[in-house]
Design a protein around this ligand. Sequence first.
Ligand code: ZN
Ligand code: ZN
Length: 290
Amino acid sequence: MYTDKNGNQWYKVGLHTHTTLSDGRLTPEEMAEVYKNAGFDAVAITDHWKYYPEGEINGLKIISGCEYNIGSHNTIDGVMHIVGIGMKENPNLERATTERQQAIDAINRLGGMAVLAHPAWSLNTKEDVKALNGFSLLEIYNTVSAVEQSSRPYSGYIADVLANDGIEFPLIATDDAHYYNGEDEAKSYIMVNAESGEVEDILTAIKDRRFYSTQGPQLYIKREGYKIIVDSSECRMINFLSNSSWEGDRVIRGEKLTHAEYAMRDYERWVRVEVVDENGCYAWSNVIMK
Ligand SMILES: [Zn+2]
Ligand SMILES: [Zn+2]
């Protein structure tokens, strides 16, 4: 947690981790130790088809969660992983028979949020997403999808083509930690501007979109009409992405950048922001619709 210069409190939150309850390498207690030491305030335990309830482990708040991986490994046959966070009870879904929409509906029915996990890794298309109702969040970055035997971690493309169709989901960065080998734990997360570090307040703030996704850089977005104003910690790139494929003033590169502004053109329907610091760490805003 940190307090920004306006006095707002920001909590460090991981929304996708695995433990020995499914295919993760650490027990929930060992995972909690790792994340607590990395400064996290709350983490969701999202084992495959194994609901973990809300609680606290050694001072780390635990958000309830479960991941429903539907389909096998062949993306031609259809692979979709749906993470549920914040469900008040175990949805008790059957792995053999649960379909995508059923998983999403069960998560929502129990007060949770359904996350489209690592759509790039799964090669999900915008048609796959548009065929479903009830997603609350989309993973724009998934750390484990870049390590070991995977290499497709970034899902900006699908977020952008969906935004072109007028559809947007708040964008989260997650670790999806499995290995805990120094590469997939405590790397990608969200910073949440919540009233307190209690799980209920954190979930409320996520629902209210009071968060940004990051691997380290701080990112604050303000909007004045069609002008998007960015303040950040020191970065080497501030990038405004939109439905326009090219603009002369959309990517600002330099040293120790902390501020940029971008005026949306008439034909621009949405904008989102990415910043990169000198270590190559990213932060991502949500999509800002016009
Ligand atoms: Zn997954
Ligand atoms: Zn996962």
